[in-house]
Design a protein around this ligand. Structure first.
Ligand SMILES: [Zn+2]
Ligand SMILES: [Zn+2]
Length: 102
């Protein structure tokens, strides 16, 4: 999807995320754009719908957005938050474990 991860794309996505961000009292960066039926913030990048928190993890946590073996967990529990400080990149297995023990 974003395999080339070009500088221009990074800059565009960063700008887009900044424009639709609302910071709440917990420090969550709430997405003011579209929300998917699953409760995640979504936006269009190169005509594809992508999840905003995965984009934030790509920009700030070096997640490869095409690597589907990695999940992004919200430590704050707010699905449409994309503050990288509230995001944790986990393997699918680790992620499942976090939710079972929660
Ligand atoms: Zn949050
Ligand atoms: Zn999670």
């Amino acid at each position: 999807m974003l395999a080339d991860s070009s500088f221009v794309t990074r800059r565009r996505v960063k700008k887009l995320l900044r424009r639709k961000r609302q910071v709440d009292h917990r420090g969550c960066w709430l997405w003011t754009g579209s929300i998917s039926v699953y409760g995640y913030g979504v936006c269009q990048v190169r005509k594809q719908q992508v999840r905003v928190h995965r984009m934030a993890a790509w920009l700030y946590l070096d997640l490869d957005p095409d690597d589907l073996t990695l999940d992004v967990h919200h430590t704050c529990g707010v699905k449409h938050c994309f503050n990288p400080k509230h995001l944790e990149v986990l393997t699918r297995r680790e992620h499942a474990r976090v939710h079972i023990s929660a």
